[in-house]
Design a protein around this ligand. Sequence first.
Ligand code: SAM
Length: 218
Amino acid sequence: MAYKFIDNYREQGARKRLVEVLRKKGIEDEGVLKAIGKIPRHYFFDETFWNQAYKDIAFPIGAGQTISQPYTVAYQTELLHIRKGDKVLEIGTGCGYQTCVLMELGAKVVTIERQEKLYERTIQVLPHMGYQPTFFLGDGSIGRAEHAPYDKIIVTAGAPTVPEVLLKQLNIGGILVIPVGDEQSQKMVTVLKTGEHDYERHVLDTFRFVPLVGDRAW
Ligand code: SAM
């Protein structure tokens, strides 16, 4: 794919309209909306498809994967209640758009992708855009113990269950956001770690993600 990093009035205007669409769909966190209003989402698309970049849709990014729908990115991010300086583990880097949203909110991000082709592309694109997360290639379903504990963990692929190992890598007071279900549809689940072995779990709306593939996944 050929990438071009030019942000014209047309794209900037489309981005503003996308923010209004997300607001109408119920996204309230002004920090999240501001991040979406700032990040050039079309940088993650081949120029041929720039006209798709500010529609509220998921879109193929190669290797059978997708850039998540902006609403989904905003929804998951809002649930994380990111505070400046939070250490966040992201499982499923993909093209890195969600990573940029987290970093705009002041998070320090450790991000894992299992598809080498996507990983190789994203480690080039994000630093070029000014974002420097800690990247890993590998199976995120087991987390990344050497950087734990995390204040927040976000999983951007659909899991059959909540991997226990991820809960262990959360700080007390930390939040995990993960879509859980079968391969057709998943419910968004949030888990707040209230004590060393205590958790508060909430099951929210239905989404459709690509599958989380790995040792503690499909
Ligand atoms: N975060 C991306 C964005 O900003 O649009 C979307 C990610 S895409 C919906 C889900 C990603 O999770 C895919 O790139 C897929 O390869 C990756 N994935 C699936 N299982 C994984 C695993 N066990 N570890 C790391 N990444 C995984």
